[in-house]
Ligand binder design. Sequence first.
Ligand SMILES: *Cc1c(COP(=O)(O)O)cnc(C)c1O
Length: 469
Amino acid sequence: MRYLSTRGDAEPLQFEDVLIEGLARDGGLYVPESWPQLSAEQIAGFGGRPYVEVAQAVMAPFAGGIDPPALRQIIADAYAAFRVPEVAPLTSLEAVAPNLHLLELWHGPTLAFKDVAMQVLGGLFDHVLAKRGQKVTIIGATSGDTGSAAIEAIRGRSNADIFILHPHGRTSAVQRRQMTTVDAPNVFNIAVQGTFDDCQNLLKAMFNDAAFRDEVNMSGVNSINWARLMPQIVYYMTAAVQLGGPERPVAFSVPTGNFGDVYAGYAARQMGLPVERLVIASNQNDILTRVMRTGEHALGPVTQTLAPSMDIQISSNFERLLFDMLGREGAAVAGLMDDLKRARSFRVPDAALASTGALFGAERADEAQTLETMRAVHAKTSMLMDPHTAIGVSAALADRAAHPSDTPMVVLGTAHPAKFPDAVERATGVRPPLPEHLADLYDRKESYEVLPNDLAAVQAHVRRRVAGR
Ligand SMILES: *Cc1c(COP(=O)(O)O)cnc(C)c1O
């Protein structure tokens, strides 16, 4: 399997190079040259099998170059760190609405769905870097959850240092502490005086600075890295087969920020899973709702909400969908991205928007709707739900009201409620306790550097720390 850049101007790479490189040299994102196909029998055969086995079957076609026993071990090690053997259990929300289900993706070490992919990514990095005798500097940007999941996956590994940029004062205290209290010599936290989009822009600028990139041997773990998305395809498959798939189509509602998770659902469908609908759930930062409804992708200011991991205007992985919508014409994607840079907006042509048919829905929930959904879910099921997941429920209900259907609708539960205790308490009056392994989080010592939103300052800091290792 080769990988192509969405902007069509970087050479195709093999899996291991895509893993280590992250972003393509032309500024684009790597996507598989073609979608591996799973037959209905193969998908049906996932029923009742252990998660690790399904994961191996789904990922192997993408991960050429990694020998199968090594891949199997990496996956097994990754999910041994989860608190439940099913990894991604499915529970009913039928007390909230008919045919509504919840996919619990928060049972990993840092309590958000990002662990599902990041734990695999950590193992893949270790394997490939050891094989090559290489050492890298991983730099990532986080709106809260990517950072802790990445640090947890990379801490203590000998062939990688990790630097994580987070927006100063804009993550929850639990999110920040999960990053800044990790005591490992290869972990460096940077609090940027700006928003998540500023952090992401700094990251992209570092990737696009070829001299810097080569000097520190830079690598990335954001969902712009294809290997981050690949493990997320798996739980769409395991959820669907539990609900009668592949004979019966299934719909998903996905709390969306950078468009990585929902794109993995799209990938599952491209591989043959009958997905009836993918609802893109947004908070007040609703650029995706607007672009899917009108084709107009216009950047606005970022608003801070109860769901900080979705406080994003530039959803990087949307470019991957655009690439398919535009008939895999890299030059056309590059043109739109130039418009975005120049005019802060672009327009998706009508034919491109129509090319995905009725697959995508897009709904937004404001703060009041988010709190009301958390409250209602708690009242009907006594379940505490984090604000991101609640936005997924709210969007699922709105989409069903507009497009009635009897197929099962699965809401992706993206975070444990204890990650956002203030919001949960505000909505329900109940403060969710942290799981045991994090019970002393507020007693641990924090360590991070506050830096201005300035490329040169951040690069100088990274250089100094790398040199000191
Ligand atoms: C990262 C995150 C999201 C958004 O996921 P994307 O793949 O960036 O769209 C939603 N909810 C939570 C809790 C997250 O951590």
